[in-house]
Design a protein around this ligand. Sequence first.
Ligand code: G3P
Length: 226
Amino acid sequence: MIIATGDEVNMHIFLDTANIDQIRQAAKLGIISGVTTNPSLVSKEKATNYEATIKEICSIIHGPVSVEVIAEETQDMIKQARDIVTWAPNVVIKIPATVAGLEATSILSKEGIRVNFTLCFSLNQALLGARAGAAYVSPFVGRLDDIGDNGMQLVKDIVGVYEHYHLSTEVIAASIRHPQHCVEAAKAGAHIATVPYSVLIQMIQHPLTDIGVTRFLSDWKRISQK
Ligand code: G3P
């Protein structure tokens, strides 16, 4: 069953990986609402069977699992999307924010297929994706920062404009590189931050927590030895 994220106000955490071990580990924490993959992430895993990998991910995480089409023409994207959605009920189709992708998003959304409009680098792309009926839009924060732009400002702008026009498309802060990006995504009002496993672990870690645990334990040992 797909976890509906749109009816809640808190920022959901998705895992941005195709690594099955990481997904299993993260699932145990009980706070992962979905997964996002892309062709680069899947190819890193050297998985021999794309479909089997995605099916396994969908069986571990029951929330939305984004799977990207690997095509440049509208009709090819649509054909692939219609096939991929049969793999599992919680699959969401990632479509790039191109002209061909916009047309495919409009058609697929009208069929009730949930689209994650991805590789989004501008407010105009996000606006058009929402008009086309995309369930999600993915501004790539880190990649904008990489070229000296301000990725999080784009997230803020999209959230603000969607709210202003009551557009129901959810904003996924993507291309997250470090825990501060997650803090900023939450402050920006992103509905979701999709994070690599390493960033997820960094989010929970704090040296003062570790020092505190060690001190509590040693104090407790001293008392119990009296
Ligand atoms: O969520 C999108 C992500 O997979 C891209 O991240 O680090 O390759 O820009 P990155």
